[in-house]
Design a binder for this molecule. Structure first.
Ligand code: NDP
Length: 252
């Protein structure tokens, strides 16, 4: 089997839609067995069927990543059924911009619960498997989805941007901690990608801003980001892309 990720087992969170779905298809095409995590079982079932039809191998795991016990149980299932993960694409997330004075506390909490706590639940549950793969095979990958919002200033995106700054800085620290154990850690920071992410936004001003952006530039596609994930994962074991920023060409 000559595929670059043959023999590897990749867990992808937020895989029922958008970037995660595209990454699952791409990594499976590169030869990895993929375990796809999200809450919507029907969408995961369709994704697995598509991957298998294309000759790939996939396992659907219906799980809410904000539930630590459920993520732990899912990790045990990946260990039992697939022999453990050597790649975690930690990608589930939500973006709910609004002016801070609107005090949309439920939306603040939702973003913190998913983008930070959900991310940490997956890191906690899968670090033992990644560490074992690093020790046994000499390479494993933890790829976290951050955002250009971690670096740039977007008015009314303070809470979302704060969660993504957490993801980027956490990734730098974990790289220093896990790199010596052959676990590469990367943060991927996309600019705007056309997905379901925008459909959850309720704030009128933010919706107008997004609509204006869509009129004036061509957004990235989920597959554009998936290609970057595949590029990171197919490097020789000595090569670790610490941070990859990928932007629509016209986004400033
Ligand atoms: P989508 O809304 O298209 O996909 C989000 C995915 O996360 C879905 O599969 C959803 O599935 C899953 N998800 C949501 N909540 C949970 C949960 N509690 N437990 C498990 N899975 C969950 O968004 P994108 O693909 O755009 O976003 C993916 C990542 O990329 C996010 O972290 C986002 O912040 C980041 N990003 C996106 C950008 C963009 O412009 N689109 C730009 C920069 C970063 P389900 O509902 O079935 O659970």
């Amino acid at each position: 089997e000559g595929k670059p990720l043959a023999g590897r087992v990749a867990v992808i969170t937020g895989a029922s839609r958008g970037i995660g779905e595209a990454a699952a298809e791409h990594l499976a095409g590169l030869g990895a067995t993929v375990a796809v995590f999200a809450r919507r079982a029907d969408r995961l079932g369709e994704l697995v069927a598509r991957i298998e039809k294309d000759g790939g191998s996939a396992l659907a795991v219906t799980v809410d990543v904000t539930d630590a016990a459920a993520v732990q149980a899912a990790a045990e299932r990946v260990q039992a059924e697939l022999g453990g993960a050597d790649l975690l694409f930690n990608n589930a997330g939500i973006m709910l911009p609004a002016p801070v004075e609107e005090r949309a506390t439920e939306q603040w909490q939702h973003q913190i619960d998913l983008n930070i706590t959900g991310l940490m639940n997956a890191i906690g549950a899968f670090t033992p498997q990644l560490g074992a793969a690093g020790a046994e095979r000499g390479v494993a990958d933890l790829i976290n989805t951050s955002s250009i919002a971690a670096q740039n200033i977007f008015p009314n995106f303070a809470v979302y941007s704060g969660t993504k700054a957490y993801v980027s800085h956490l990734s730098r620290h974990l790289r220093a901690e896990l790199g010596p154990k052959n676990v590469r850690v990367s943060a991927i920071e996309p600019g705007i990608v056309g997905t379901e992410l925008q459909s959850h936004v309720t704030d009128e001003g933010a919706l107008e801003w997004l609509d204006g952006s869509k009129q004036t530039m061509e957004w990235l596609t989920p597959d554009d980001v998936a290609q970057a994930v595949g590029f990171i994962a197919t490097q020789p074991p000595r090569v670790n892309f610490q941070q990859v920023t990928i932007m629509p060409t016209a986004q400033t």
